[in-house]
Design a protein around this ligand. Structure first.
Ligand SMILES: [Zn+2]
Length: 227
């Protein structure tokens, strides 16, 4: 089914699209409104910078360098931290992220690259997250990570971790700090981080809810070596 805008609505991933719309609306509209009416204090500033740095580092250092490219080895506390706060960036599980990213390097800018830039700026940065691909490509290039108990734990629970640590925990801390208005403000800080992180698909292989990809024929398992 096509329309005047040539958008295949039957393929739209409404969960991803709806989530990104709501979280962006919170970041763009609700957070400034809160600041206008209630101001800001060191607690909210600290929460914002902690979550911005923790989620950003967990994707770049953890999902990307550590798990996708095996650039270095890390002890379990580093793995656990990057898996927990990587989930809080709402970029899906490490297993899905790594699978997409290895496909991206193996087929850079060609068919098989989930965020192929030759399909356009919009597709490479955000469009590929908003549409489903049938059938769902298998995760057959991450067998090395399937042997890691922490990675598999996060694969099973990443949505619960994302909501629990990324939204509910800061709301509880904000409530303890300044009642219900503090809870609202504190949960906005990570929401702002998640919104910006989830919009940077090209560089960080974003996928925020149900997985989708453009390649019907995923490559064999082989970690890429380039960045
Ligand atoms: Zn890379």
């Amino acid at each position: 089914m096509r329309n005047k805008l040539n958008i295949p609505f039957e393929r739209v991933d409404w969960i991803n699209t709806g989530f990104l719309f709501v979280i962006s609306l919170l970041a763009i509209v609700a957070a400034p409104l809160y600041l206008w009416h209630h101001g800001i204090d060191w607690f909210q500033i600290s929460m914002f910078f902690f979550y911005a740095i923790a989620t950003g580092m967990s994707i770049t250092l953890g999902y990307h360098r550590l798990f996708s490219h095996l650039s270095f080895k890390a002890k379990w506390p580093v793995k656990l931290f990057t898996l927990v706060f990587g989930a809080c960036a709402f970029e899906n599980s490490a297993l899905h992220w790594v699978s997409d990213h290895r496909k991206h390097h193996k087929h850079t800018d060609h068919d098989g690259d989930p965020y192929d830039i030759s399909k356009g700026f919009f597709w490479a940065h955000i469009g590929w997250i908003l549409f489903k691909v049938n059938p769902e490509p298998p995760l057959d290039n991450v067998n090395d990570l399937r042997k890691d108990g922490l990675v598999m734990w996060q694969y099973r629970w990443d949505k619960a971790v994302a909501v629990g640590v990324g939204l509910i925990l800061p709301a509880v801390l904000g409530y303890l700090w300044n009642g219900s208005s503090g809870a609202w403000a504190a949960s906005c800080s990570p929401a702002c981080c998640a919104s910006s992180a989830s919009s940077s698909a090209r560089s960080s292989s974003t996928r925020s809810a149900t997985p989708s990809a453009t390649s019907p024929t995923p490559p064999a398992a082989a970690p890429a070596t380039a960045s």
